[in-house]
Design a protein around this ligand. Structure first.
Ligand SMILES: C[S@@+](CC[C@H](N)C(=O)[O-])C[C@H]1O[C@@H](n2cnc3c(N)ncnc32)[C@H](O)[C@@H]1O
Length: 265
């Protein structure tokens, strides 16, 4: 019966919304707990040190993204979403006139603030849930690194509408993210390496469900969203929402993209 079907669909929607909210709260809790360890990942230290061959390949991937960011030239007033501990905020400060850095983790933003203390440009810090926050003004550039993969499918539309609202009419976005599960596309990886690495870092990712189990050093575990994109699929989704976008990958580690609203080309 239509009414029963409608009721059960509404219940399913409500259950899904609750699940996403629970997952998003766990994701924030994870990054708050991980803030003191986070930079080891970018620097390939401690449990993220997978050996010289991997680390050198990682460094060269970072250089490749740095070259794309440099060509993009993120000047003017920059809004950085999910800025975290500031590895990329430091890079943005080389170009930007001013930065607003938003993140749900005050612990991560404290580390970010310390890194940017000598930046020589104004950096405003906002501790907020990005799914509930609204900017009070518009920006030349909206930047987000390793954030898009944490946006669940249910919030994808709302997220890009928020990016549009945050930008001046001719403003531009830039993002970089993981191209696939860590290690999976590294050309030097053998099957055995890959398995032992996953065991060592204990961060299995269920790619089909967009969910990953993550663990911090003290053994606490959390579920987060980790949604991997291919350039073609993501470009298609963006174009369907009125964005003109370039989306591409580096050799194996990163996907990146930049663009602006199609009606302001
Ligand atoms: C993978 S880290 C990326 C940090 C930084 N952009 C970088 O490149 O190192 C994801 C960041 O998203 C933040 N985050 C997670 N959920 C959030 C939410 N709902 N609102 C705001 N920030 C959130 C975390 O605190 C964390 O700093």
């Amino acid at each position: 019966m239509a009414t029963v079907g409608g009721d059960s669909r509404r219940k399913d929607d409500a259950a899904a919304a609750t699940n996403v909210s629970v997952l998003m709260a766990d994701q924030i809790a994870y990054y708050r707990a991980r803030a003191p360890e986070y930079d080891q990942w970018w620097a390939r230290e401690g449990p993220s040190d997978f050996g010289p061959e991997f680390n050198a390949a990682w460094a060269s991937e970072i250089d490749a993204v740095g070259a794309v960011l440099s060509a993009f030239n993120p000047t003017g007033e920059v809004l950085e979403l999910a800025a975290g501990t500031g590895g990329l905020t430091v890079e943005l400060a080389r170009w930007a006139k001013a930065i607003t850095a938003v993140d749900a983790s005050p612990e991560a933003l404290e580390i970010n603030r310390a890194k940017l203390s000598q930046a020589g440009i104004p950096v405003e810090y906002v501790t907020a849930d990005l799914f509930a926050w609204e900017p009070s003004r518009r920006y030349d550039v909206v930047f987000f690194s390793f954030w898009l993969s944490h946006v669940p499918v249910e919030r994808f539309d709302a997220f890009w509408a928020f990016v549009a609202r945050s930008l001046r009419p001719d403003g531009r976005f830039f993002f970089v993210d993981s191209a696939g599960p860590e290690w999976s596309r590294f050309s030097g990886a053998s099957e055995a390496d890959s398995e032992s690495t996953v065991r060592r870092v204990r961060t299995p990712t269920d790619v089909a469900a967009d969910v990953a189990l993550r663990e911090v050093a003290d053994g606490r575990q959390f579920h987060i969203v980790k949604r991997f994109w291919t350039p073609d699929a993501l470009r298609g989704e963006l174009e369907a929402r009125g964005w003109e976008a370039t989306v591409a990958e580096t050799a194996w580690a990163f996907i990146y993209g930049h663009g602006r609203r199609s009606d302001h080309l």
